[in-house]
Ligand binder design. Structure first.
Ligand SMILES: [Zn+2]
Ligand SMILES: [Zn+2]
Length: 217
C-alpha cells in the first residue's frame, strides 16, 4: 500500500513528519510522498523549509523503515506555469486550485504538461474546483495524450474524488497512475481505497508511477 499525496505542517497539513511517518507505518504503508504546497501558497515551502523538511524525512525514513518521498505540490497558474523553491524534490505534483470553465482548465493543464517539468497531474477535474460535472470530451482526450507523451502520471485523488471515473475509462491503460489521499490530517493518511477500487474495476493491468521511480509497494 502507498499514498503519494500527503500534506504536513510544513504547509497546511496538521501533522509533523514524525507523526505522519508513525501513522503511515501503523497503517501498513510502504511508500508515502509528503507533497507540501509550493511557493505560490501562503503556507507553502520555501528553500529553507524544504531543506529542514528533508532532514526530518531522512531521519523518519530510517527510524520507521518506510520509504518517504521528498515531494511538492505546485499550483498551476493562469499562464500554465508552476514554481518551486530551489531544492531537489523526488516527486513533483502539479494541480489547479481554482474554479475555471472546463476549456480554460484543460488549456492550462495542457500548456503546463508541455512546458514544465513535473511527474504527476494532481486532482484533475476535482470535485472541489469545478469542471467535475462536465461531459468527458475531446479536451480530456487531449489532456491524456499530452500526459502520455510527456511521461506524466494521472493521479487518483480520494479527497477530490478525481478524476471523474469516465476520465479513467477513456485514459484506461494508456497512462501511468499515481494514487493519493491528499490528507491534511493524520486520520486520513492512507485513505486510498476509492482510488484502488476505481483502478481495479476500470483499468486492466494499470501502470503505477512507483515502478518508474524504482520503488515497490
Ligand atoms: Zn491540490
Ligand atoms: Zn494537495
Amino acid at each position: 500500500m502507498f499514498d503519494l499525496h500527503v500534506h504536513s505542517e510544513y504547509s497546511d497539513g496538521e501533522g509533523s513528519i514524525e507523526e505522519i511517518a508513525k501513522k503511515a507505518k501503523e497503517r501498513g504503508l510502504k511508500v508515502i510522498a509528503i507533497a507540501d504546497h509550493s511557493v505560490e501558497h501562503p503556507l507553502g515551502l520555501d528553500e529553507g523549509k524544504a531543506r529542514k523538511r528533508s532532514r526530518d524525512i531522512e531521519y523518519c525514513q530510517s527510524k520507521y523503515g518506510i520509504r518517504i518521498l521528498d515531494a511538492v505540490e505546485c499550483g498551476i497558474d493562469a499562464e500554465g506555469r508552476i514554481e518551486k523553491p530551489k531544492h531537489k524534490f523526488e516527486l513533483t505534483i502539479a494541480s489547479i486550485h481554482e474554479t475555471l470553465p472546463k476549456e480554460e482548465y484543460c488549456k492550462r493543464v495542457i500548456k503546463c504538461a508541455k512546458t514544465c517539468e513535473f511527474d504527476v497531474l494532481g486532482h484533475y477535474r476535482s470535485s472541489i474546483f469545478g469542471t467535475y460535472e462536465s461531459e468527458v470530451d475531446e479536451m480530456d482526450m487531449e489532456v491524456i495524450d499530452v500526459l502520455v507523451e510527456n511521461d506524466i502520471a494521472l493521479e487518483l485523488n480520494t479527497a477530490h474524488l478525481s478524476p471523474p471515473t469516465e476520465v479513467v475509462e477513456i485514459a484506461n491503460g494508456k497512462v501511468v497512475y499515481s494514487i493519493g489521499s491528499d490528507s491534511h490530517t493524520l486520520s486520513r493518511i492512507g485513505d486510498v481505497s476509492w482510488a484502488m477500487k476505481v483502478l481495479n474495476e476500470k483499468v486492466k493491468n494499470w501502470k503505477c508511477i512507483l515502478k518508474k521511480l524504482g520503488e515497490s509497494f
